[in-house]
Design a protein around this ligand. Sequence first.
Ligand code: SF4
Length: 119
Amino acid sequence: MKPQDEFTCIVCPRGCRLTVDGDLLVYGARCSKGLTWANQELSSPERTVCTSVLVTHGDRLLVSVKTDRPVPKDSMRSIVQTLYDIIVEAPIAMHQVIVENPSDVRCNIIATQSVERIG
Ligand code: SF4
């Protein structure tokens, strides 16, 4: 993000419109959480990765998963690529750890739904 950019705070549904000046000062935040997020976004942006993973012997073909914490934005592609190559065997419990430290990024990939075993 460049100085004097405008962006939207994604911390809560109010979606405040934020601006950054040439000294990297943030304006427009209605609360301190938004200000903290904006400063994080300027220095090292992070996101929670949400995707799905193939399942075998399950009552559905895919299980939805997410990272258990925000990860560096530039690591998202490699995490998704790692998950693309994985097949998980059912049963799968909600919040079960599917992968630890994918692509050497410090996080766990956890299931956000359960999958029953069939067959
Ligand atoms: S600045 Fe605060 S109030 Fe505004 S969107 Fe962000 S978290 Fe919500």
